[in-house]
Design a binder for this molecule. Structure first.
Ligand SMILES: *[C@@H]1O[C@H](CO)[C@@H](O)[C@H](O)[C@H]1NC(C)=O
Ligand SMILES: *[C@@H]1O[C@H](CO)[C@@H](O)[C@H](O)[C@H]1NC(C)=O
Ligand SMILES: *[C@@H]1O[C@H](CO)[C@@H](O)[C@H](O)[C@H]1NC(C)=O
Ligand SMILES: *[C@@H]1O[C@H](CO)[C@@H](O)[C@H](O)[C@H]1NC(C)=O
Ligand SMILES: *[C@@H]1O[C@H](CO)[C@@H](O)[C@H](O)[C@H]1NC(C)=O
Length: 164
């Protein structure tokens, strides 16, 4: 009896650990992509089939790789097609696609997560989060451009004023 309980607890822990890991997988954009602030972004991903139920998706942007400092959640509760637990072939995961607008303010390096919420008919709610994906805003790449533009303008002003 004590043995059985021990095994059950162990199984429960293993289930909890696997459930914590099986969040959505992001196919597109690719890791280390450059995303400008306010850019329209199509996200392709796969999400776990956890049975028939109501599936929704959240998309969040974070400052840090451990996804603790939120920049913004740009999509909340977007409906996804339901999974299924019946039929001849049960897909382990399904592909989805959403379109979002990136936050207006982004760090040079930032992170994106997708969170899948499932509410099954048995009234059990599960939420699984993707691994934070590293992305870049290209803010530093734009700086030299605007600096050289400024320099050109000031040179032009100096050139013009020397004409008069
Ligand atoms: C993204 O960049 C980081 C740091 O530069 C690097 O460690 C990582 O391997 C890159 N990932 C991909 C998929 O290129
Ligand atoms: C994203 O998925 C759509 C179909 O859902 C496909 O047409 C498109 O090519 C995909 N984009 C990428 C970058 O994989
Ligand atoms: C989901 O998308 C991935 C990458 O584009 C592709 O390899 C896979 O076959 C797709 N799966 C389904 C079920 O459409
Ligand atoms: C990201 O940007 C915010 C606002 O500019 C700043 O407060 C924060 O320290 C930055 N975080 C990182 C990790 O650079
Ligand atoms: C699951 O979510 C639904 C809808 O948000 C809610 O009505 C229900 O009470 C939740 N069930 C549990 C067990 O938290």
């Amino acid at each position: 009896m004590a043995h059985l309980q021990y095994i059950l607890v162990l199984l429960g822990m293993m289930l909890a650990i696997t459930q914590a890991q099986v969040g959505p997988t992001i196919y597109s954009p690719a890791e280390n992509s450059t995303i400008a602030p306010n850019q329209k972004l199509n996200i392709n991903f796969s999400y776990q089939n956890l049975g028939t139920g109501t599936y929704t998706l959240d998309v969040s942007f974070w400052q840090d790789p451990s996804a603790s400092q939120l920049i913004a959640t740009v999509l909340t509760g977007s409906s996804l097609p339901s999974g299924s637990s019946s039929g001849t072939t049960i897909a382990f995961s399904m592909n989805g696609s959403v379109s979002v607008t990136a936050p207006s303010s982004l760090n040079e390096t930032f992170y994106m997560t997708l969170t899948e919420h499932v509410s099954t008919q048995g009234n059990q709610n599960v939420s699984v989060k993707s691994m934070p994906m590293m992305l870049h805003s290209g803010a530093m790449a734009h700086l030299p451009t605007s600096l050289s533009a400024l320099l050109l303008i000031s040179l032009a002003v100096v050139g013009l004023s020397s004409l008069f």
